[in-house]
Design a protein around this ligand. Structure first.
Ligand code: AP5
Length: 185
């Protein structure tokens, strides 16, 4: 099974991605998590990425596409994968299409998790208190939501046209939402 989890910041992509990983035993590939590890380890990728991430901007497409290409070439993705936070721009989606075409691994579903903005703001503010993620500051959250609308939301149409888009309501308990996703799959 090859899936994309699409949704705005705070929609629950990571939360549901972990659930799907546990349920189906396929890797969850989060570009945000890969970047946060690089930032923690102060690698050259991490040092570059941090300048974008802390203010809620996207890391340049060529950097992210390179990361995704490398990760998708690993053997554990052979039975399938769950992409969380990638693609996030039309250029990334086109690059992914090309990678999957080359490896003859078509996508099965694009799960679009739909959550109203007030709920997103509430969730990210709660997480700031608990985890202290740098990009959960008020300014960065605002910017992440703007960037989502401008650069990532067009992917909803992109995947609708392919017939792969599966909208799922993202409000309710984590279990409820997991159930909605499972019923789509
Ligand atoms: P990334 O880590 O992908 O952040 P994001 O998309 O902003 O997503 P979040 O992690 O904030 O939210 P989520 O949808 O995963 O929700 P979660 O499950 O965590 O990216 C971070 C940065 O990295 C980007 O800004 C960019 O700079 C860079 N980057 C990453 N990928 C990139 C790419 N492809 N291109 C360019 N740059 C890229 O849940 C959020 C909170 O809500 C949690 O506290 C959770 O416990 C809670 N929650 C979850 N579900 C529920 C529920 N049902 N009810 C109540 N609370 C809930």
């Amino acid at each position: 099974m090859r899936l994309i989890l699409l949704g705005p910041p705070g929609a629950g992509k990571g939360t549901q991605g972990h659930r799907l990983h546990e349920a189906y035993g396929i890797p969850e590939i989060s570009t945000g998590d890969i970047l946060r590890v690089a930032v923690r380890n102060e690698t050259s990728l991490g040092l570059e990425a941090k300048t974008y991430m802390d203010r809620g901007a996207l890391v340049p497409d060529e950097v992210i596409i390179g990361i995704a290409r490398e990760r998708l070439a690993e053997a554990d993705t052979e039975p399938g994968f769950i992409l969380d936070g990638f693609p996030r721009t039309v250029a990334q989606a086109e690059a992914l299409d090309q990678m999957l075409l080359e490896s003859q691994r078509p996508l099965d579903h694009v799960i679009s998790i739909e959550v109203p903005e007030e709920e997103l703001l509430q969730r990210l503010a709660n997480r700031r208190e608990i985890e202290g993620r740098e990009d959960d500051s008020d300014d960065a959250i605002r910017h992440r939501l703007e960037v989502y609308q401008r650069q990532t939301a067009p992917l909803i149409d992109y995947y609708r046209k392919t017939g792969l888009l599966r909208p799922v309501p993202g409000v309710g308990t984590v279990d409820d939402i997991a159930q909605h996703i499972t019923s789509v799959l």
